[in-house]
Design a protein around this ligand. Structure first.
Ligand code: NAD
Length: 498
């Protein structure tokens, strides 16, 4: 059995806890490897290494730090096929989709290559007589990222690339379900010229997460995962004096207006609802149709489109999507489908019990489509995170727009329309963090910023873009004067520049 090790102080290190997590091959249902789950002491060893590396790395000039990023980007590009195949083998998403996962990570590394410019401070000459004021953005120290299973390349890069470019040293605690790509990222980063200890990868579960949140030498934590854990991480981390951003679950709505390009909207939504088996926080699992005619047409076309989908193993180039990540997750998705039926929604297409010849034990779930889902239903209120599209019928745009606005989650949403004014109004008013206008998955590019609202994100700073640089740095402001000799008497009143 292959063991996935930690990466501490620039090398792979075998774990000592005697505790392991199973890594499945989702195509076959077999355990293909095991990951070592760290002890507190192992996490501490990574922190010590990161702490020792911090002074040297944070005082390395920004251009040299950027050069390591440039080389890391080159290595990721050179290894994209190998990384995508490894990613698919543990996650189950199809290889072309895994390449997208790696590419989105590369995009953030590319953004981080601009750190000399991004981290520049501000300067005011002559803020008072002979007085200048300047501010600088300094790294925080040792920082950590805790990541989910669904984007094992992109999300570690969201956090580590920006944090490290800013001069921090980093502990990555990836999902224990698909930990091999994050480990390869740490190795490639060393190969790119980063000193040992700048990026450590510690595998684990709640034990290592708690150890991160309580460790006095870790200054900031970025988390992405489900909302209950995100809230827990935010509360525990901040109560230990850390800066925390914690992104959670989602239930993204797409509003289908009567004046939309229906053919295109259906094409967009079939990909956004079922792609990656729905295991995306920016998937689009709820379609809200406006008006009966629009609803009927949408449902008819969507049923056709969903029937045309091919579910296959992750290396099948013709498959639209692959298996879900685990047997437990498959069972959870199927239980939500049953819940929808019990609650009275119309199940037009049932993906339960989907099997693939030759891969009978794989974690496959076929596409499911519900019509007439109502906002009070539990299966609507909660995140399913599977290949299930729920159609909710509304009469007006106001009624439709209230749904994403009032939902507990507020990650992304989209509107499909040819009316610019309605789209503009919707984007301005909706109580959600990321909005698509005729764009089904509005994940912002790396130099903008990613983050949801409400129970989709705890804390107030987003991932990557200028917001990311702010999260991973603290500002110091210096007021200076260089007087010639004595400049006056003792002052007992607050100095003003007036
Ligand atoms: P998860 O919450 O189960 O796990 C995320 C991380 O938390 C993992 O590293 C895991 O080891 C750790 N963890 C799990 N249980 C824990 C516990 N009890 N105490 C402490 N740590 C614990 O999430 P997942 O299933 O890996 O990922 C899917 C979820 O992530 C979905 O809800 C999805 O919407 C969300 N997600 C959100 C975003 C976003 O940016 N908002 C992006 C991707 C995924």
């Amino acid at each position: 059995m292959r063991d996935v090790h930690h990466f501490i102080d620039g090398k792979q290190v075998a774990g000592t806890s005697g505790r392991y997590g199973d890594i499945y091959n989702p195509n076959t249902g077999e355990v293909q490897a095991r990951v070592q789950l760290a002890t507190e002491a192992e996490l501490d060893a990574a922190v010590q290494s990161a702490q020792a590396a911090f002074f040297g790395w944070s005082t390395t000039n920004p251009q040299r730090r950027a050069r390591v990023m440039f080389e890391f980007k080159r290595l990721l590009e050179a290894n994209i096929n190998e990384l995508a195949e490894l990613l698919s083998s543990e996650h189950g998403k199809v290889v072309a989709d895994s390449k997208g996962d790696v590419q989105r990570g590369i995009d953030v590394v590319e953004f981080a290559c601009g750190i000399p410019h991004l981290q520049k401070g501000e300067y005011t000459e002559g803020a008072g007589p002979g007085i200048d004021v300047y501010s600088m953005r300094q790294p925080l120290g040792v920082v950590a990222g805790i990541t989910p299973f669904n984007f094992p390349a992109m999300i570690p890069c969201w956090m580590s690339a920006v944090a490290i470019a800013c001069g921090n040293t980093f502990i990555l605690k990836p999902s224990e379900k698909d930990p091999s790509v994050p480990l390869r990222l740490a190795e490639l980063f060393m190969e790119a010229g980063a000193p040992a200890g700048v990026l450590n990868c510690v595998h684990g579960d709640k034990v290592s997460v708690d150890a991160i949140l309580k460790h006095s030498d870790i200054k900031a934590v970025s988390f992405v995962g489900s909302s209950d854990i995100a809230q827990y991480v935010y509360s525990l981390g901040t109560s230990h004096g850390k800066r925390v951003q914690a992104m959670g679950g989602a239930k993204n709505h797409g509003i289908i207006m009567p004046d939309c390009n229906m053919e295109q909207a259906v094409k967009d939504i079939v990909g956004a609802a079922y792609g990656s088996a729905g295991e995306r926080c920016m998937a689009l699992p709820v379609a809200v149709t406006v008006g009966k005619k629009t609803g009927d047409e949408f449902v008819e076309r969507m049923l056709d489109a969903a029937r045309g989908l091919t579910v296959g193993i992750s290396t099948d180039a013709d498959a639209h999507y692959g298996p879900v990540v685990s047997a437990a997750h498959k069972a959870k998705i199927e239980s939500y489908i049953q819940m929808g039926v019990d609650e009275g929604a119309d199940l037009l297409m049932d993906g339960r019990g989907h099997t693939l010849q030759g891969h009978e034990n794989g974690f496959f779930v076929g596409p499911s489509l519900f019509d007439n889902v109502k906002p009070h239903m539990q299966s609507y209120k909660e995140e399913i995170f599977g290949p299930v599209l729920q159609v909710v019928r509304a009469e007006t745009l106001e009624e439709a727009a209230a749904l994403p606005s009032n939902h507990q989650y507020g990650n992304g949403c989209a509107i499909f329309t040819s009316n610019g004014r309605a789209a503009r109004e919707f984007a301005a008013q909706v109580n959600v963090g990321m909005v698509g206008i005729n764009v089904p998955i509005p994940v912002p590019v790396s130099y903008h910023t990613f983050g949801g609202w409400k129970r989709s994100a705890f804390g107030d700073t987003n991932q990557h873009g200028p917001e990311g640089v702010r999260f991973w740095t603290k500002i110091k402001t210096v007021t200076q004067r260089w007087p010639e000799g004595d400049i006056g008497d003792q002052a007992f009143i607050i100095p003003t520049m007036g």
